[in-house]
Design a protein around this ligand. Structure first.
Ligand code: IDP
Ligand code: MG
Length: 145
């Protein structure tokens, strides 16, 4: 398996609940290391740009409104199979359908306030990482073979 990088966002509800530490602990326990972390309150333009692929969807306005309702933690996670591993840890988009023990099952209250974002492919991960971070902001780890 390859070492990958993926973009993770802890959404405003995660910060509202005071759950940053508990959620990051799950990534660490699963072998995903942060190579960049920033706390940021997204502007409307930043949120719209990030979710541009969804702009024709009915939920787009609500999504942008929610994502700008408070600060978020944006991080780049690195590790073996990071993209899929992060998606597995997150659980399904709708927390009612998320597997027990996943982040969304345990913390999320609705499909809007669903606690975390994670890139859904390696290609999207690359684009999403470069949307928020410059190359020089990304740390390097020595991974043991
Ligand atoms: P994902 O976050 O699991 O990748 P996407 O389909 O990429 O899910 O949708 C992005 C975000 O838009 C979701 O996390 C969720 O907050 C919101 N969203 C997706 N589908 C719906 C919906 O049907 N109603 C309301 N919000 C939705
Ligand atoms: Mg998505």
């Amino acid at each position: 398996m390859a070492i990958e990088r993926t973009l993770s966002i802890l959404k405003p509800d995660a910060l509202e609940k005071g759950a940053i530490g508990k959620i990051i602990a799950r990534f660490e326990a699963a072998g995903l290391k942060p190579v960049a972390i920033r706390l940021q309150h997204l502007s409307q333009a930043e949120a719209e740009g990030f979710y541009a692929v969804h702009k024709e969807r009915g939920f787009f306005k609500d999504l942008v409104k929610f994502m700008t309702s408070g600060p978020v933690v944006i991080q780049v996670l690195e590790g073996e199979n990071a993209v899929l591993k992060n998606r597995d840890l997150m659980g399904a988009t709708d927390p009612k359908k998320a597997t027990p023990g996943t982040i969304r099952a345990d913390f999320a209250t609705s499909i809007d306030a669903n606690t975390v974002h994670g890139s859904d492919s390696l290609e999207n991960a690359k684009n999403e990482i470069s949307y928020f971070f410059r190359q020089t902001e990304l740390t390097h780890y020595e991974w043991k073979k």
